[in-house]
Design a protein around this ligand. Structure first.
Ligand SMILES: Cc1cc2nc3c(=O)[nH]c(=O)nc-3n(C[C@H](O)[C@H](O)[C@H](O)COP(=O)(O)OP(=O)(O)OC[C@H]3O[C@@H](n4cnc5c(N)ncnc54)[C@H](O)[C@@H]3O)c2cc1C
Length: 463
């Protein structure tokens, strides 16, 4: 591999417009760092691309040399797929242009954008692109895997709001994909992850929205169980304007948390209402009445504040491990097992994230995009977060043990963006009925599986 990477470097060096960084060189340490501290790798070469021609050259050279290659946008892959040992990283972080057309309510988003870049640009025109809940996440990885967030119930998944892709495929060709051109690829790119090429630009639909009504509150003790029971039944009939996320965790030892709650298991409720605030207040008040009164609040906040309010809860460099899946119905036994587990997590940063999807995301037909499963509205993410590498084994084992206990009550399937790096055996489970078509598209566009550092859909074996 060392020789091959030298060949790649020499071949790219004379024509590359961005920067090529090798171990030991100035800037390399920063450039090799990804969000998950559990994914520390030492790439042989990091190619910080300046433009599409850099990407084309890097893909051509690396694919001819047969070198292991990772593609990076925001570097937030929980699985650590945007880095590798010894191989090449094609890094798009210098390609963050967003061009908004306010009249048409459309935008063109470059392949290296963070969600925050997109939000700032679109909000200048009073518009939103539906994305996730943490602004330092990369747009490319998020959209290609599907993309769930605050606006999923109102406007659908992120990938449902893409009208066209431009990408560099494994042979270095630039390919356009939309409902008219390369329609199979267009289908596959909406949920199929990074399997098909390096996306250099997304053409997306935008929606008018500049603020939301937000309610937050903590429930504790026996109230958590009844709250979860209420949540699962109420959300099945709730209006599209309402999104209600619940995180089960230990309350922080922080001055803004009531002293009698600190360190105790709580359900942290965050709800937004995207319609007229007055119409949403009764719904939000109903939920806040189930929260500790000292912790309950509601206010209208700007969309940018909404999108950035969780940023500091998920800092770069901590160790994270996740396992995720869907419930069709959250039964009482699963609630009790979650409550038991969250009373004694191995790390105070660990949480069980529960989000209710449905709404506009389920109004898109199952076969219209490659996204795995739109039918089970309740998504659970067991997310362990800790800082001492000596605690890796204990935290990972806690997540695995809890997942194994909950799994019998869950619906088969998993959202690929919430998968860890040791779950390659669950990729076909993630796609279910989409699998054969995905394999066919992969086999056509990437027969040698050059793009394999992802939730991989292997191409058919060459004859
Ligand atoms: C703090 C945090 C919060 C999150 N919240 C949400 C959430 O609310 N909703 C949600 O749906 N997901 C969420 N996620 C998951 C997130 O969607 C995935 O981690 C996603 O892959 C991140 O994208 P990225 O570009 O930052 O990742 P990267 O690590 O850069 O890449 C992820 C994958 O995409 C591929 N890829 C990256 N760029 C390109 C490109 N231009 N072309 C082709 N392939 C590419 C990579 O090769 C890799 O396989 C969250 C993740 C984190 C860390």
């Amino acid at each position: 591999m060392a020789d091959a990477i030298d060949v790649v470097y020499s071949s790219l060096n004379h024509r590359f417009k961005g920067d090529l960084l090798r171990p030991g060189e100035l800037g390399y340490e920063d450039a090799r760092t990804v969000w998950n501290g559990l994914a520390v790798r030492t790439p042989g070469l990091i190619a910080l691309c300046a433009d599409v021609s850099d990407i084309i050259n890097a893909v051509k050279v690396a694919s001819q040399a047969g070198i292991l290659t990772a593609i990076r946008c925001g570097g937030h892959s929980l699985a650590g797929f945007s880095t590798c040992d010894q191989g090449l990283v094609i890094d798009l972080s210098r390609m963050r242009q967003v061009i908004v057309d306010p009249e048409a309510r459309r935008a063109r988003i470059a392949g290296g954008c963070l969600l925050g870049t997109v939000d700032v640009a679109t909000q200048r025109a009073g518009l939103v692109f539906p994305s996730s809940v943490v602004s330092h996440t990369g747009a490319s990885g998020l959209i290609l895997g599907g993309g769930t967030g605050w606006l999923t119930r109102r406007f659908g998944l992120s990938c449902d709001n893409v009208e066209g892709f431009t990408l560099v495929t494994a042979d270095g060709s630039v390919v356009q994909s939309n409902s008219r051109e390369n329609a199979d690829l267009f289908w596959a790119l909406r949920g199929g992850g990074g399997n098909f090429g390096v996306v250099t630009e997304f053409e997306v639909k935008l929606h008018p929205l500049t603020s939301v009504l937000l309610a937050e509150g903590l429930s504790s003790g026996a109230d958590i169980r009844s709250l979860l029971q209420f949540w699962r039944d109420f959300m099945a009939e709730a209006p599209l304007d309402l999104k209600w996320n619940i995180n089960l965790r230990l309350a922080a030892h922080a001055s803004n948390v009531a002293s009698d709650l600190r360190g105790r298991p709580v359900a942290s409720n965050s709800l937004i209402w995207t319609g007229e605030p007055e119409a949403g207040r009764p719904y939000l008040q109903r939920v806040l009445s189930m929260c500790n009164p000292d912790t309950a609040s509601s206010r209208v906040i700007s969309y940018i504040d909404l999108q950035t309010m969780a940023d500091s809860e998920f800092p770069h460099g901590r160790h994270y491990y996740t396992k995720s899946g869907y419930f069709k119905y959250l039964d009482d036994g699963s609630i009790d097992r979650m409550l038991e587990a969250i009373a004694t997590p191995p790390s105070s940063g660990t949480q069980i994230e529960l989000a209710y999807l449905g709404g506009a995301a389920t109004q898109v037909a199952a076969t219209e995009t490659a996204f795995g499963d739109r039918s089970a509205p309740l998504i659970m993410n067991l997310l362990a977060s800790w800082s001492d590498p000596g605690d890796d084994a204990e935290n990972i084992s806690w997540v695995r043990g809890l997942f194994d206990d909950l799994r019998p009550a869950m619906k088969p399937g998993v959202y690929i963006n919430f998968m860890s790096g040791d779950e390659q055996d669950r990729v076909s489970e993630a796609y279910q009925q989409q699998w054969d078509r995905l394999v066919a598209v992969k086999s056509y566009y990437d027969p040698g599986n050059f793009f394999r550092l992802n939730q991989n859909v292997p191409p058919r074996k060459l004859p």
